[in-house]
Design a protein around this ligand. Structure first.
Ligand code: BTN
Length: 326
């Protein structure tokens, strides 16, 4: 692991203090350098307490991502489809990092980061990405399909994430079109598909998923996330990030391959089971414009079916809120 702050986090424990000297020996640096890294961790939201005469201790356990653990948690057929899984200590955005690589080096490569400094959300928003708490993941995938045939891909990503959460023992979660993961009406995670290619194929895609795993409210600067949100740990206390990552990568590989082979048809029933909007009054916000109606599921192309004024329209862009406007 490259980052000194992360190496320090690895050395620190939450049940017994480690002396400054012990840590300095472990990191191969001076005690002054240890203190500097303690400050770095604190500035990134990790509570490190100095216990007089004993050293440093964490106020809560932190599980770091572990490549070997993630790979061993994946079934062999899915693991065999991947070229590489990389864990980055800190990056601006895993999606951006993958896109900076040559196209030939993106396919079947999965990047995870402990922290993002410029995590990207949908609609140009930023994605809050504190150190060692959540999952920030991007999978590169090259499709032989053309751009038009990939319109349901964002929904596939959400379905795969949802299935991974079920595998981890979560119940009651659903998807708000096109790809928000929700629990009790609060956002648990989101997906961001970025793609480039040809109308007739091939297309290179970067499939990004962010999941709130262990993010106590006190760790989020007020007003930073502009919608109600939850983390997985509140429902599955002690859930392992490595376990979630293994389940997520496996599901993404599995769903992506099935989608490439057969399209969205075979996922329609699964969508209906997970659809947070089914038969609800909603408003779709398209920039300045708003369209209200009743959500009636999705089409084979991944469009939202919106019943309005007695007819059903298929919509492919915009942001949904519950309820009618105007
Ligand atoms: C949303 O707005 O709901 C989508 C959020 C997607 C966040 C993930 S975190 C990993 C990947 N890298 C990014 O910069 N964004 C996506």
């Amino acid at each position: 692991m490259e980052s000194p702050a992360l190496r320090l986090l690895q050395l620190l424990s939450f049940d017994a203090p480690r002396s400054g000297q012990e840590i300095a020996d472990g990191l191969g640096c001076s005690r002054a350098a240890v203190w500097k890294q303690v400050e770095v961790l604190r500035s990134q939201g990790v509570d490190v307490v100095a216990v007089s005469g004993s050293g440093y201790v964490l106020t809560e356990p932190h599980e770091l991502l572990d490549r070997a653990q993630i790979l061993s948690g994946m079934p062999q057929p899915q693991r065999a489809q991947l070229k590489r899984v990389e864990i980055l200590p800190c990056v601006d955005s895993t999606n951006a990092e993958l896109q900076r690589r040559e196209l030939s080096q993106q396919h079947a490569v999965c990047l995870l980061a402990e922290r993002q400094t410029a995590g990207r959300g949908r609609h140009g928003r930023s994605w809050f990405s504190p150190l060692a708490r959540n999952i920030y993941l991007s999978l590169g995938w090259r499709f032989e399909l053309g751009l038009g045939e990939l319109s349901a891909l964002p929904l596939i990503l959400a379905l795969a994430t949802s299935q991974a959460l079920t595998r981890c023992g979560l119940v009651g979660h659903c998807i708000k079109w096109p790809n928000d993961l929700q629990l009790d009406g609060h956002k648990l995670g989101g997906c961001l598909v970025e793609l480039q290619g040809d109308a007739n194929g091939p297309c290179s895609t970067v499939l990004g998923v962010g999941l709130n795993v262990n993010m106590p409210v006190a760790k989020v600067p007020s007003g930073y996330i502009q919608q109600p949100w939850v983390d997985l740990d509140s429902y599955l206390p002690g859930i392992s990030r490595n376990e979630v990552a293994a389940a997520l990568i496996s599901a993404l590989v599995d769903y992506t391959i099935r989608f490439e082979r057969s399209g969205f048809d075979e996922f329609m029933d699964e969508w209906a089971e997970r659809d947070a909007l089914a038969d609800q009054e909603i408003t779709l916000h398209l920039g300045e414009r708003q369209i209200s109606g009743i959500a009636r599921g999705v089409t084979r192309r991944g469009g939202l079916r919106l019943e309005t004024g007695g007819e059903c329209r298929e919509l492919h862009a915009g942001e949904v809120s519950l309820g009618q406007r105007g």
